[in-house]
Write a protein that binds this ligand. Structure first.
Ligand code: COA
Length: 140
């Protein structure tokens, strides 16, 4: 089941976020971000457990994907795809979607390629020594 995150989910999201960025807890204040109204946080719940999340911002005509993460034991079961589909389906206006991804992150590149994202720019050494692609698609 996919739903918007509630306060009691946040501890689990911080824990998952730490697998994405070691300093996630120190650099991310989810409570504050959610209060802005433009930061969105979707969770994928399997029985009683949250096994994945997608965070993004929605401002004017642009969605920026901030993070997407699925617990290792649950990968390749289309959970990330369901989260992206849910975000796209529930976006009210036609919008462009932007994201950054490390050039060596094969699973994520395959996922985004499958969703029709195109590389529009390369940011040099965006993740320490690793370059990042900026990718884009429309919600249409
Ligand atoms: C990237 C990530 C979110 C994908 O989650 P997922 O739920 O496993 O992805 P899905 O099952 O929806 O995959 C959809 C498609 O993407 C491609 N894909 C995903 N993972 C892949 C992998 N490891 N190898 C090859 N293709 C892959 C496949 O085409 C897949 O479709 P298929 O299984 O029908 O062939 C997950 O691997 C993850 O959490 N990685 C660590 C965090 C991360 O890198 N986030 C992205 C930062 S930009």
């Amino acid at each position: 089941m996919i739903r918007e995150a509630i306060t009691s989910d946040l501890e689990k999201i911080y824990e998952m976020g730490t697998h994405l960025h070691a300093n996630y807890r120190e650099t991310t204040n989810l409570e504050k971000l959610l209060a802005t109204g433009y930061f969105k946080l979707l969770v994928y719940q399997e029985k009683e457990t949250i096994v994945g999340f997608l965070s993004y911002t929605e401002l004017e005509d642009t969605i920026d994907i901030v993070d997407i993460y699925v617990e290792e034991n649950y990968r390749r079961q289309h959970i990330a795809s369901y989260l992206l589909d849910y975000m796209i389906t529930n976006t009210k206006k036609t919008t462009k979607i932007l994201l950054d991804v490390a050039v060596d992150n094969e699973p994520a590149l395959k996922l985004y390629d499958k969703f029709g994202f195109n590389v529009i720019h390369t940011r040099q050494k965006y993740y320490e020594q690793t370059d990042a692609y900026v990718m884009e698609r429309s919600t249409k």
